[in-house]
Each structure stands twice: as C-alpha cells, then as structure tokens.
Design a protein around this ligand. Structure first.
Ligand SMILES: Nc1nc2c(ncn2[C@@H]2O[C@H](COP(=O)(O)OP(=O)(O)OP(=O)(O)O)[C@@H](O)[C@H]2O)c(=O)[nH]1
Ligand SMILES: [Mg+2]
Length: 238
C-alpha cells in the first residue's frame, strides 16, 4: 500500500498512556507516523511527547496548543497538518487505549475502497467493555439521534477511532465546522456522507480507560445536542 500514513493522537493529561501507546503504534506492521496534539496538559504529557519526538525523528511529531481547546479542534488541526505535510491517510484515535491499535492495519487497508473507515462498536463483532449502563445509554442515544436527525448512515457515528483518506478530507469545509469537542465526529461524518464518501465499519472492542481520567463533561453533551439540531436544519437546506 503506497503512500504516507499519519496517526493523530490528541492528548490532555495522558502522561501514563502516551509512551506505551506510541511504542505500540510504531511497532505496527503498517508504517505510520504519529502526530501528538497536546493542549498544554498540566501533567506534563507535552514534555513526554517532545521526548518521544526526539527519540523517533521523522516518525513522531508534536503540536503544542496553548490550553484545552477541545478534541474536535485538535482533530481539525491534525487534518490540516496532514494535508500540509503530504500524508495520504490519517487515523484519529484516543490516547487512553480504548481504541485497539492492532486494528489499524485493517482499517488502513479497507481505506483502499472507502473514504472513511470507522473502528466501530456497533457492527457485528464490535462491543464496549467495562462501561456502566449510563455510558451505554448515553452513547446509544447520541447515535440514535444523530442517525435520525442528521441522517447519518453509519452505525457508530460518535466514536473517534477512524481512518480517513486525505483526499476526502480535502473535499469538506473544515473551516465551516462549529464543534469544539466530541461532537466534531458527527460533523465530519455529516460532511463526508454528504460529499458521497464511502463509509466502511470495522468491528472493534472498545475498552474503558484503565489509566488517567475521562474528559467528557456536561458541556460536551450540550454541544452535541446543538450540533445534531443545527445539522437537522442544514440537511434540508442544502
Ligand atoms: N488535545 C486535546 N485532547 C483532548 C481534549 N479533550 C480530550 N482529549 C483527548 O481526547 C481523547 C479522548 O478523551 P477521553 O477523556 O478519553 O474521552 P472518552 O474516550 O470519550 O471518554 P472515556 O471513555 O471516559 O475515556 C484522549 O486522548 C484525551 O486525552 C482537548 O481538549 N484537547
Ligand atoms: Mg477515552
């Protein structure tokens, strides 16, 4: 599979997870580079990212941002970085080992015939492990509303574990996107489906983080509802 692959890993307080994750990524059978986007994590994750970049020149890169600016804006900054630096495929994933790195080669190879491949909890063979009922209900409801109101076709619309062909990211209006946080996953999918990108889903087992703390807040839920309803109206306008 010719072409360059970039894995974008946004971090906020992932000091315990980042080094082992990057080591796993660099050992994958598909050749990949890693871009860490750190939002000035108080726990020193940014410094660890710098050390990793120094140890792996040309393979690990770091972008430092001034403060916690949200997961959605981190992904968009990563997409722009990939375009500027001539990458062909990008993968987005969390730093907390919820997303199994060993699935990445399959996601990349499935991109040959798709614009986006989702590491999916909600196709046969996929599931979540270690989630309390409340988390399951929240995730299920967000997916249900996104599919119903935004018209999304994918089964797992809310997950961040995805592989994209950069040529498809170039076709969507990143500068118009509004979501700062987790709901950006919905927004990117909305524009890709609208542009006609083929969406594929590869089953994954999503495991609850073992180290570090979740950053999901009530603000994220409010933003997600705002995005879902905004795109309900967009859907019928354009
Ligand atoms: N750069 C950056 N990264 C962020 C920000 N918020 C979250 N992250 C990272 O985004 C990823 C997902 O965040 P989590 O807190 O694990 O959220 P989650 O996976 O939806 O929730 P859990 O299942 O509870 O872990 C992790 O790698 C975080 O470190 C942010 O504002 N900026
Ligand atoms: Mg997580």
């Amino acid at each position: 599979m010719p072409g360059k692959n970039l894995i974008i890993v946004p971090t906020y307080n992932e000091a315990e997870n980042l080094r082992p994750l990057v080591q796993r990524l660099l050992a994958l059978k598909s050749p990949v580079s890693v871009l860490v986007i750190d939002d000035n994590s108080p726990d020193g994750t940014g410094k660890i990212a710098e050390e990793l970049a120094g140890e792996n020149p040309g393979r690990v890169f770091v972008k430092h941002r001034s403060g916690k600016l949200g997961l959605g804006t981190a992904h968009r900054d990563g997409f722009r970085w990939a375009m500027t630096n001539g990458y062909d495929r990008v993968v987005t994933m969390d730093a907390d080992f919820s997303h199994p790195p060993e699935v990445i080669p399959e996601m990349l190879s499935r991109l040959e015939s798709a614009g986006i491949v989702i590491g999916s909890r909600y196709v046969p063979g996929g599931r979540t492990e270690g989630w309390p009922l409340k988390r399951k209900i929240n995730s299920w409801t967000a997916n249900f509303l996104a599919r119903l109101f935004m018209g999304l076709k994918a089964k797992d619309c809310t997950g961040a574990f995805r592989a994209y062909r950069v040529e498809w990211l170039q076709k969507i209006p990143l500068e118009k996107m509004r979501a700062r946080g987790y709901s950006a996953h919905l927004e990117v999918l909305f524009y890709l489906e609208k542009a006609g990108a083929r969406v594929e889903e590869v089953p994954i087992v999503f495991t609850e983080r073992k180290r570090g703390r979740s950053k999901i807040s009530f603000r994220e839920i409010r933003e997600a509802l705002g995005i879902i309803f905004f795109y309900l109206f967009q859907r019928f306008r354009c």
